[in-house]
Design a protein around this ligand. Structure first.
Ligand code: SF4
Ligand code: SF4
Ligand code: SF4
Length: 241
């Protein structure tokens, strides 16, 4: 854990102290304040880290935690990840926190699986508003923050999941397939990394992925040093499982 002084900007932490984004990826957002915090987009990276400035973005200081996200992170999936935590932590005393967060989580699950319904985004916003205003304690009042901030700054990603059944970041496994591109130099690293044997060893040849065996664990894409494996939207009509 690294302690930073109040007033330092997000960019100074990410690029200066943190040394930038790993593997040359693109800085996409910073998630602040633990599970009840919010996501601040890279374009607001000059925001100073203090209580008021973070609150103005819709995030909060919270536990002081900072998670840096890159272009491979799906913001719908990130919202789901944090809401799942707070939903599980709800003590159940009040209805909006207990049931409202559950309904919100169901919507996020649907979106990530490419099974969104036409009014899901409106419903998500309405539920988030009810939960934050009608919950008795801080947990429920802040639980919708990850959803609200990602809807505010990354609504286009929600819309892609809903209307196109597409995950723009190539993260939501139900909506993607893995493919080896012509950049492949046949180094075999992906075949070594694949835990289910979905890639046959073919030294110095272009490798291939067996879609029937692939569990979409992403290990091959992370192992490939030539950016020769892509996670791309599944062709329409190929199902969402
Ligand atoms: S808002 Fe607080 S008191 Fe109400 S159910 Fe959630 S955790 Fe319990
Ligand atoms: S790791 Fe990348 S370059 Fe190496 S064989 Fe696999 S796809 Fe090709
Ligand atoms: S995504 Fe995982 S299971 Fe699929 S080919 Fe790559 S390493 Fe194997």
């Amino acid at each position: 854990m690294i302690e930073v002084p109040l007033g330092i900007t997000i960019r100074e932490v990410v690029e200066g102290i943190g040394g930038g984004i790993k593997n040359g990826r693109q800085f996409k957002a910073a998630q602040f304040g633990g599970p009840s915090g919010g996501c601040i987009p890279a374009r607001l990276a000059d925001t100073p880290i203090d209580y008021d400035a973070l609150a103005a973005t819709g995030a909060m200081m919270g536990s002081g935690g900072l998670v840096v996200l890159d272009d491979r992170d799906c913001m719908v999936d990130i919202a789901r990840f944090f809401l799942r935590f707070t939903q599980a932590e709800s003590c159940g005393k009040c209805t909006f926190c207990r049931i409202g967060t559950k309904r919100m989580l169901e919507i996020l699950d649907r979106l990530c699986e490419g099974k969104g319904r036409p009014r899901d985004l409106e419903e998500l916003e309405t539920l988030a508003d009810y939960v934050s205003r009608a919950s008795l304690c801080g947990l429920g009042q802040t639980a919708p923050n990850p959803v609200l901030t990602t809807l505010r700054y990354f609504r286009h990603e929600y819309e892609a999941h809903l209307h196109e059944r597409r995950c723009p970041s190539g993260k939501c496994t139900a909506l993607i397939q893995y493919r080896v591109t012509d950049n492949c130099i046949g180094c075999t690293l992906c075949a070594q990394a694949c835990p289910v044997g979905a890639i046959a060893f073919r030294p110095y040849e272009k490798h291939e992925i067996d879609a029937q065996l692939c569990t979409k664990c992403d290990m091959c894409r992370q192992a490939c040093q030539d950016d020769a494996i892509v996670a791309e939207p599944r062709p329409s009509g190929s199902g969402t499982s």
